[in-house]
Design a protein around this ligand. Structure first.
Ligand code: ADP
Length: 396
């Protein structure tokens, strides 16, 4: 069955056509700069890649252009758009309403709309993608997969903030978390991987390190704690986000230094993190400069790893034990250096990294811990699109 997975942003749209249940990616691509004269659509089928620049006025035109590629006589993969049976949409925020994947109805759309205030940059373009897809793929079932859904199992002691409880009761102010689709995917892969080797898998920590970074403690397949919060700012040091910070700094910037609240928000989300510490948010640059002796870059890597270590410690306690940690996403999958410094001096938790296994690059799930390591260290490539397709397929 052909399932089209769509991740619709305000001016971009990522797509993948996946054949389920055999999990084969038939084609994938990206449409950028929607609304501009020089919009660009890229299309990939196996090793074949092509792209086109043109005016794409809106998201509906973007999907029609995508269909042109998918149905191309020479390199297309379907002959009719009705060959697409399900469209799976990534929706960033499901609030407390959605703890699972749902088929989209008018009622579901209005619920997603009511959650726009919680994710003003993401939910509106996600919703637009849904509405346009309903018109373009009128015969397909439309399904929403929420980034927050996997994290809805957090117990109240983990998600509630210690502020007057009326804020939770009246305004739903609490931690929700993000990257849930990725954490679910890699933790299930880790369970399969460990079970196939007769190793325990009930206490896991997944570490998603991309431009955005987050960690989840997972017990018996359920998320029990997570590092992001009400918005995507809390927790780890990220590409451009500060992560955990004392709120006193915010008020000092506003009250004493005269910054506007909006400017402070921009500083914390877009000018901080690795960028603020080193001038770059690309970990490859930072690693190179650190190796060449740049002290700011060396310190930033140490700070970044130290924050991750502290969360590993906290979550090992929350789980009352630890079977494995999982590294994933751009940095987690590719940076042997970051994995090495995170795992250094962690024998207190039974973590012992094997240097040569850590240095080997691969696109496969792998164990990079020493054979004698009590706690396993896994690298598992994430695949949010496939997770969306899997969940959508369950509703077919
Ligand atoms: P996003 O959150 O945008 O999906 P990614 O998961 O693609 O981000 O991760 C982007 C990060 O991964 C960047 O900081 C990039 O420098 C880092 N990265 C990608 N490849 C490597 C590599 N080979 N070594 C170190 N870092 C890498």
């Amino acid at each position: 069955m052909n399932i089209l997975v769509i991740n619709s942003g305000s001016s971009s749209l990522k797509y993948q056509l996946i054949d389920m249940p055999n999990e084969t990616v038939k084609a994938s691509g990206l449409i950028e700069r929607i609304g501009a004269e020089n919009a660009k659509i890229t299309y990939k089928k196996g090793d074949f890649k092509t792209s086109k620049e043109l005016l794409i006025k809106n998201h509906e035109e973007a999907l029609n252009q995508m269909n042109g590629f998918l149905m191309d006589e020479e390199f297309g993969v379907i002959s009719n758009k009705d060959d697409i049976k399900i469209v799976g949409h990534r929706v960033v925020h499901g609030g407390k309403t959605f703890s699972d994947t749902v088929e989209i109805t008018e009622e579901i759309k209005s619920k997603i709309e009511s959650l726009c205030a919680l994710a003003p940059l993401h939910n509106p373009p996600n919703l637009k993608g849904i509405e346009v897809s309903e018109r373009v793929f009128s015969k397909a079932k439309q399904v929403a997969v929420f980034d927050t859904a996997f994290l809805q199992s957090l117990p109240q002691k983990a998600y509630q903030y210690a502020i007057p409880k009326s804020f939770l009761e009246d305004e739903d102010i609490r931690a929700y978390g993000f990257h849930g689709t990725s954490h679910k995917y890699v933790s299930e892969k880790a369970q399969e991987f460990l079970n196939s080797k007769n190793q325990p898998s009930s206490k896991l920590i997944s570490i998603h390190l991309g431009n955005g970074c987050s960690m989840t403690a997972i017990k018996d397949g359920k998320a029990i704690d997570h590092s992001m919060g009400f918005g995507p700012a809390n927790g780890l040091i990220m590409g451009t986000r500060a992560g955990d910070i004392d709120q006193s700094v915010i008020f000092y910037l506003i009250d004493k230094l005269g910054y506007s609240a909006e400017k402070v928000n921009t500083i914390l989300l877009k000018e901080s993190g690795m960028l603020g510490l080193t001038g770059s948010n690309d970990l490859r640059d930072i690693q190179q400069k650190a190796e060449a002796g740049n002290e700011d870059c060396q310190l930033a890597l140490e700070m970044n790893a130290y924050r991750i270590k502290k969360y590993i410690g906290a979550y090992a306690v929350a789980l009352n034990g630890l079977d494995a940690i999982i590294f994933t996403a751009g940095i987690g999958e590719n940076s042997a250096l970051m994995r090495e410094i995170v795992c250094q001096d962690m024998d207190v938790l039974g973590l012992q990294i094997d240097d040569s296994k850590n240095q080997m690059s691969s696109n496969e799930s792998r164990d990079i811990s020493k054979t004698i390591s009590d706690t396993k260290i896994l690298v598992i490539p994430t695949n949010e699109e496939l997770e969306i397709a899997k969940q959508a397929y369950k509703l077919h």
